[in-house]
Write a protein that binds this ligand. Structure first.
Ligand code: F1P
Length: 351
């Protein structure tokens, strides 16, 4: 059956989260020691495709929690424009995120960072023995999240969870109780969300999908867009919530589904955007982490009253399932997305 690997990787991902958290617990002391020793003036997060979007969320979390300026770039930007992205390499910590640890652009970007005086490199990867890991001072592994499918699902979520744990730990939060509750929260969320995600995924009258997210959720909205694109070949776009009014809302019709990744702190502003789009005829789905009622057509309730840093991972399972079911509804095989490979290798002579 099409998509067997993808379905299994999505629905069992809380097990992989648990494994990543166990690895984190062993490394937390070394993490804090290296953080103190490096004392970075700025943080640079890099990745490609999904892991670039993961970097966006990681940078938002680290900057919010540690107060240190943090930027996210596609790895290629460090290669093409080092004078603009690596001007303070010597005072920076570079965090390279890569499921495979072998993507040419990411490896080349780390080399570029080091050639320009950068000395502190951390890696988050599913392959702790990969070439990227060998370039790094610290490796945060998500080995149990390795997957057969090309499109990242449990790998993305497990590596994201590591960044959430890292940022909260380095900010001094006592994270253990909540971190260890997240896998069970994820299992309940998958069971709760799947019927609606299957229904919406199968509704091919929804021809265009939009994912709205702000703050740390913008990277997740981009990842949801990429999953929908890779798995189901459906035109999808991601925007910051308030940006949607500035043009893209012209596409808010009865043939579009607008999924809002609502955040605890900006709920009122974000929810208002969804209500206005519904007035224009669009179908709206709210992923709601608050106890406030979301008056949208469809909604998924996330557990309320968690700290902000805990939420990013929880938006993923419903949106991964939405893409999976849309792929099957279109007769595609999410295990083997058209034209894609699990890793992009380039001839380094081109750089
Ligand atoms: C990066 C990546 C994936 C994408 C596809 C091709 O891989 O661009 O994000 O979904 O699988 O490779 P990696 O550096 O995270 O291994």
């Amino acid at each position: 059956m099409n998509g067997q690997h993808t379905y299994s990787e999505i629905t069992t991902q809380p097990d992989a989260w648990q494994d990543a958290l166990a690895a984190f617990a062993h490394l937390e002391g070394e993490l804090r020691r290296q953080w103190t020793a490096v004392s970075p003036q700025q943080l640079i997060f890099i990745g490609c495709g999904s892991t670039h979007y993961l970097s966006q969320t990681a940078a938002a979390l680290f900057q919010a929690l540690t107060g240190i300026p943090a930027r996210a770039y596609p790895a290629s930007e460090l290669i093409l424009f080092p004078e603009r992205t690596l001007q303070d390499a010597a005072d920076s910590l570079l965090v390279a995120i890569s499921r495979s640890g072998t993507t040419t652009e990411t490896l080349t970007a780390v080399n570029q960072f080091q050639q320009r005086g950068g000395t502190a490199v951390w890696t988050i990867t599913c392959y702790p023995d990969s070439p990227l890991a060998q370039l790094s001072d610290l490796v945060l592994p998500a080995a149990a999240a390795q997957e057969e499918s090309v499109a990242q699902t449990r790998s993305f979520a497990s590596m994201l969870l590591l960044t959430q744990a890292m940022a909260a730990s380095l900010a001094g939060y006592d994270i253990t109780p909540l971190l260890h509750a997240l896998p069970d929260i994820g299992r309940d969320l998958i069971a709760q969300a799947e019927p609606l995600m299957a229904e919406l995924g199968r509704d091919t009258s929804l021809e265009r999908l939009y994912f709205l997210g702000s703050g740390a959720q913008f990277g997740i909205a981009n990842e949801a867009m990429l999953k929908m694109t890779e798995m189901s070949l459906t035109p999808s776009q991601a925007f910051h919530f308030m940006e949607f009014r500035h043009g893209p809302m012209s596409m808010g019709t009865g043939k579009s589904l607008i999924a809002g990744l609502l955040s605890p702190t900006a709920f009122t502003w974000e929810h208002q955007v969804l209500l206005e789009m519904a007035e224009m005829g669009a179908h709206t789905l709210a992923l709601n982490p608050t106890t406030a009622v979301s008056d949208t057509e469809f909604h998924i309730n996330l557990p309320p009253d968690l700290p902000d840093w805990a939420y990013p991972i929880l938006y993923l399972p419903p949106l991964q399932l939405l893409a999976y079911h849309r792929s099957l509804a279109k007769g595609l095989d999410p295990d083997n997305p058209r034209n894609l490979t699990a890793v992009v290798y380039l001839d380094t002579a081109v750089f």
